[in-house]
Design a protein. Sequence first.
Length: 184
Amino acid sequence: MKDEYPLADTTAARMLSEGLARAKHEQGLSIRQIGKQMGYKTAVVLSHMALGRAPIPIDRAEELADTLAIDKTSFLQAVVRQRHPDVSWHLLTESRRSSESDNLADELETVLGCRLKDLSNEQRAVMREVAADPRPRRRWLSVHELHAVEVLREMRPSVSSNGLSAADLEVLRERLSDQDSPLK
């Protein structure tokens, strides 16, 4: 399965996936509508790029960023890195950091589209939590999981601070254990 989606873990694929999800959530646009708007013969190509199955074309990065309200500079840099991962990109940019650094701060600033010092307090708090967790991936939600968590937060407002009760967890497990029956 990993071979089918070789670019799934790239920043560019994540940014595109999040942009498509945001366009659907905020504007009600389907991938098919966005693909048609951009002149793609079939929308499956956008889906493949967002899933990491196909690379994002560098020459379409700016148009994709405009269409999906993604920071152009950050997205283009992520797309170039996706297409050419073996290039030492930090050599092409001036860095104020030590050459011994692994350039994580530079990479984060590229993805964010701003300086780390410009992060909101909420962003800083989340980044500290992730950095302190020895297994941070378990805390990260994909764009496809966000709606489920939003429903949980809506139905159980205290879930963010208190979690779910044992009874709620049991009901959730029971309802989800039968994959063929819909949740009611």
